[in-house]
Design a protein around this ligand. Structure first.
Ligand SMILES: [Zn+2]
Length: 239
């Protein structure tokens, strides 16, 4: 789950304009890929790229808890698998956390401080894109499916989100969810580089919770997220 910011953005507009200007014009006219195209993406396109990964929650903030599982543990496990996959293919990875820690400050606004610290780390990472990893939860067990969120502020965000959602069509099989625009998620709206937030699945769904806890499923998820990034670098923003 993600947290909505209650305040207006405070980071510089200049940096956003700079990033937007650097994005190729053909982004506006490109077609979105199908799942097969993304699945066939060559991971070699990751070589030399810098990617920031934000494992959601951590430390005092457990995130969602269902069926004996804790979101902060799953987001870290999936993120570390993704980092390893990216590194194996020649990318450089910057993680906002690599252990069970948080960036909360004492008193009111602790959660916001944690999110702002993550935004700062992403913005200063030198990464081309970032991916924030979460697991979803809604009361009741019937909802399922990985879902990708993006902020409409940059064209490249939508491209990456649509590509990522295609890559996650089989998580779990039959997943019909669509990439969703959301301009309130702090880590998406205050970051100056393109990125998406991936809700990797519903912890509140007993079947999907079991999948998310399965190392093999986590590895497949990480692999598909890496494929989506490779497709993004080689097709969406190819220069
Ligand atoms: Zn979350």
């Amino acid at each position: 789950m993600w947290l909505v910011s209650l305040r207006r953005r405070s980071l510089g507009v200049a940096a956003v304009i700079g990033v937007a200007a650097a994005v190729a014009v053909n982004l506006l006219t490109a077609n979105f890929p199908g799942p097969e195209e993304v699945g066939d993406a060559d991971l070699a396109a990751l070589a030399g790229r810098v990617v920031a990964i934000d494992p959601g929650h951590g430390g005092v903030d457990s995130g969602a808890k269902y069926h004996g599982l804790v979101e902060k543990e799953l987001t870290l496990a999936i993120s570390l698998r993704l980092a390893e996959t990216l590194r194996q293919n020649g990318a450089t990875v910057v993680l906002t956390r690599e252990a069970d820690i948080d960036y909360y400050t004492r008193g009111k606004g602790g959660k916001r401080s944690d999110l702002c610290r993550r935004v700062e780390m992403i913005n200063s990472s030198g990464a081309a894109v970032f991916v924030s990893i979460h697991t979803n939860a809604i009361r009741g067990g019937r909802w399922s499916g990985a879902e990708v969120y993006y902020c409409p502020g940059k064209d490249e965000n939508k491209m990456l989100a649509e590509t990522m959602q295609q890559a996650l069509k089989n998580f779990p099989p039959g997943n019909k969810r669509q990439a969703k625009e959301d301009s309130r998620i702090l880590v998406l709206k205050d970051t100056t580089i393109p990125g998406v937030l991936v809700e990797t699945g519903f912890l509140s769904n007993p079947g999907e919770a079991a999948l998310l806890a399965d190392p093999a499923y986590q590895q497949k998820l990480a692999g598909q997220i890496a494929r989506a990034l490779a497709y993004h670098f080689s097709h969406n923003v190819a220069r």
